[in-house]
Design a protein around this ligand. Structure first.
Ligand code: NAP
Length: 324
């Protein structure tokens, strides 16, 4: 028996219950792994509230790191005792141990510890594809990145610096602004004080940015379009304030033939060869120290309700892990 979080209905943090579950042996292509650390991500909130519907009763959590305890039939690339990590489906990371398809796992380089791995897989792989594939950024580009002091945000600030990209970040407080600058943002706007669209125009000499990375959704979408220069790309990759309402395509034409995309890590990492290439790139910048995974909150798995409350109340900065 292992301790795991289960939900029987969608709703607030209180729907998450710590229960004892039986783990079956791993089936063909699967492994059983024991978690040393578990990642907390905003997508966990969407799963818990039902914004992204999941079967019920259900498990939660999409990111973890630990040790392989048993491998199922046909698993050849992963061995018992391997140090592994993952960021993605199927849900079930909020647990002491779990069964997971071997195809989801990456063997960790020895210089990456479990806490770092659990904090970086989903958020780091996301920045990897956002900056290298959704838009292939190059030195000298100027971008706008919302929620720059969050988990994805602090990784993005540092990765932009590595690429020579000027990142204008938005944040909800002056403390968060200082943090984003410390991590490599070129400029930061506190959108609770200043109109971010006007500030972006000022900071770019009226030109606008070539790409906006918007994970806030409803509250910022139209303002974000107004920050783009003609032919710029709107990357809408999350909905912390709620989903983007329907809009007319003519909004894109009138602002200068804009592009818009709604990417998800799942589709970018669907092919094993892509996942491995993305992980290699992430492990590279983390191992070299160019990107430091800043774990700024740690909670016991049993305190996951509080972790969700803090995340939704915008009290967290950087990455957060749960310890089983
Ligand atoms: N599409 C993908 O592949 C993908 C993958 C990973 C993550 N994401 C998305 O990226 C975003 C960041 O994820 P994360 O785990 O790193 O979370 P996070 O950025 O650490 O936390 C969310 C942040 O969003 C900001 N925010 C703005 N309006 C908010 C609101 N109404 N309620 C709550 N927060 C609000 C807050 O920062 P301020 O106080 O500074 O405003 C908050 O700290 C999420 O939207 C997530 O879904 C997408």
């Amino acid at each position: 028996m292992v301790k795991a979080i289960r939900i029987n209905r969608v709703g607030g943090p209180e729907v998450m219950e710590l229960v004892e579950v039986d783990l079956p042996p791993p089936g063909p292509g699967e492994v059983r792994m024991r978690h040393e650390a578990i990642g907390l991500n905003y997508i966990d909130v969407y799963h818990r509230t039902g914004l992204y519907p999941q079967p019920l009763p259900g498990a939660l959590g999409v990111e973890g790191a630990g040790v392989v305890e048993e491998v199922g039939e046909g698993v050849t690339d992963i061995k018992v005792g391997d140090r592994v990590a993952y960021g993605g489906r199927p849900l079930g990371a909020y647990a002491e141990a779990r069964i997971i398809p071997a195809a989801q796992l990456l063997v960790l380089p020895k210089q990456i510890d479990f806490d770092t791995a659990a904090a970086m897989m989903l958020q780091g792989l996301t920045v990897q594809y956002l900056f290298h594939r959704t838009v292939a950024l190059k030195a000298g580009d100027t971008i706008l990145f919302h929620a720059a002091a969050g988990g994805v945000g602090l990784i993005a600030c540092q990765w932009a610096r590595v690429l020579g990209v000027k990142l204008i970040g938005t944040v909800g407080s002056d403390e968060k602004a200082a943090l984003a600058i410390e991590h490599g943002a070129t400029h930061v706007i506190n959108y609770n004080k200043d109109n971010f669209t006007e500030r972006v125009r000022e900071l770019t000499g009226g030109e606008g940015v070539s790409a906006v990375y918007d994970s806030i959704g409803k509250d910022t979408f139209i303002g974000s379009l107004d920050c783009l220069r003609p032919l710029g790309t709107m990357v809408s990759f999350g909905n912390a304030s709620g989903p983007v309402p329907p809009f007319s395509l003519s909004e894109l034409a009138s602002r200068g033939s804009l592009f818009v995309t709604r990417p998800s890590l799942m589709s970018y990492a669907a092919r094993r060869e892509d996942l491995e290439a993305m992980a290699k790139s992430l492990f590279g910048v983390v191992s070299s120290g160019e990107v430091k995974i800043d774990i700024r909150q740690r909670y016991a798995l049993a305190d996951v309700q509080q972790a969700h409350r803090d995340l939704e109340a915008r009290k967290t900065t950087g990455s957060t892990i749960l310890l089983p």
